[in-house]
Write a protein that binds this ligand. Structure first.
Ligand SMILES: Cc1ncc(COP(=O)(O)O)c(C=O)c1O
Length: 400
């Protein structure tokens, strides 16, 4: 019997995370002695602000080393409610909130709690890599609604209306978006709410994890609109805005029956998130936003720099991202051209060729449902970004 035979069909059918795979390949090349720059990773390069670390240390000393209630410490769920009111104008109670081991688990819980085999989930495309696999793990059928660079990667209400069927369970998207950095405006969300509103069987899962990294305009939540308010699940977390990826803390604000269903699942799977981490998260959410805003301003400076550099590469099609820390150029003008005799057919070829030849790790757009594109993360130092942009200019400049 082969090892494969010992594994489940579930895991055999599961795609490895493309972003994690690219980071691994970059690490391997580095270990071989190459000077590799990785712009493939989806995490801030800052350390967690010191006052948050201090809150965790204090919580440890105070004995927060035991199981917490499955949906999270009441103190943290209250802090989440305060944050949602303060920043988003949304009214929730602690019984609407479930804290999990990262927003990734939040979305996993939601899919397990809501999807029956064959149910459809409309996913705005380009999408975050894990959406598709998490939906499929629950037996759901992803229905992709796509927008390209000419639409600034934002779908229209008409596209969404056309995709809704009797089987649609929910609509899933992130704004600000990973991988495109696009941010839906209040007006755009209102127009989406208008077409979704009349479909009473359709919920919305609004992933707002990049909320604190918005450069142009302000972050808006679709949950503010009456027509969809009771059917929107807001997903958020500590990873991106607070530079807390390794803490594994995310949360949802959901209708109570959905929060209770997710709590039931979590109770059998993880029992909840780490106790002292939850205490620190409550401190972070209630604190003065200065630390978060400082990081945002640094990201903004980097966006300006990298966009300026990329504009010098003739043939790249760019949409200037309003948020997150990614740029998602359309590279299709280069497909069919060659680099050092190798013909580049698609974004997978391009990512591999850039990594192997100029030792720069990016992620091929195919992983995000956008095979014409490449994702560049600018969560890296100014020196690395300057070096990476030079390598890209040299690479594209040498294609024939
Ligand atoms: C759009 C989006 N949602 C959710 C997550 C998951 O975040 P975490 O599980 O670290 O809270 C990520 C992380 O990359 C993301 O990009």
């Amino acid at each position: 019997m082969s090892q494969q035979d010992l594994l489940s069909n579930t895991v055999l059918n599961l795609q490895e995370s493309a972003t994690l795979k690219m980071s691994k390949m970059a690490r391997e090349l580095k270990a071989q002695g190459h000077d590799v720059i990785s712009l493939s990773i989806g995490e801030p390069d800052f350390d967690t602000p010191a006052f948050i670390n201090e809150a965790a240390k204090q919580a440890l000393d105070e004995g927060y080393t035991h199981y917490t209630p499955v949906p999270g410490l009441l103190e943290l769920r209250e802090a989440v409610c305060t944050k949602l009111k303060r920043d988003n104008g949304l009214t929730f109670e602690p019984t609407n909130i479930v804290v999990s081991n990262g927003a990734k688990q939040t979305i996993y819980n939601l899919c397990q709690a809501m999807i029956n085999p064959g149910d459809e989930v409309i996913i705005f495309t380009p999408y975050w890599v894990s959406y598709i696999e998490i939906v499929k793990l629950a037996g759901g059928v992803p229905v992709l609604v796509a927008a390209d660079v000419d639409q600034d990667y934002k779908v229209t209400p008409a596209q969404v209306a056309a995709a809704i069927t009797d089987k649609t369970k929910f609509i899933l998207y992130s704004s600000p978006s990973n991988p495109t950095g696009s941010v839906y405006t209040k007006k755009e969300l209102e127009a989406l709410a208008q077409v979704i509103g009349p479909h009473e069987h359709v919920h919305i899962v609004s992933d707002e994890i990049y909320e604190h990294i918005v450069f142009d305009g302000v972050h808006e939540s679709i949950a503010q609109f009456e027509s969809v308010r009771d059917r929107t699940i807001v997903v958020n977390g500590m990873s991106k805005g607070f530079a807390m990826t390794g803490w594994r803390l995310g949360y949802m604000a959901a209708p109570k029956f959905i929060a209770a269903a997710c709590t039931k699942i979590q109770g059998q799977v993880t029992s909840g998130a780490t106790a002292f981490g939850q205490k620190a998260a409550a401190t972070a959410l209630l604190a003065d936003p200065k630390a978060t805003q400082d990081m945002m301003r640094t990201f903004l400076g980097r966006r300006e720099f990298v966009i300026g550099q990329l504009k010098e590469i003739e043939g790249l099609k760019l949409s200037v991202p309003e948020g997150a820390f990614y740029i998602f150029p359309d590279c299709s003008n280069f497909f069919g051209k060659s680099y050092k005799g190798q013909v580049i057919k698609d974004s997978n070829d391009l990512a591999a060729s850039i990594l192997n030849n100029v030792h720069l790790a990016l992620v091929a757009g195919a992983a995000f449902g956008a095979p014409n594109c490449m994702r560049i993360s600018y969560a890296a130092s100014q020196e690395q970004l300057a070096d990476a942009c030079n390598r890209l200019k040299e690479y594209f400049g040498s294609m024939v």
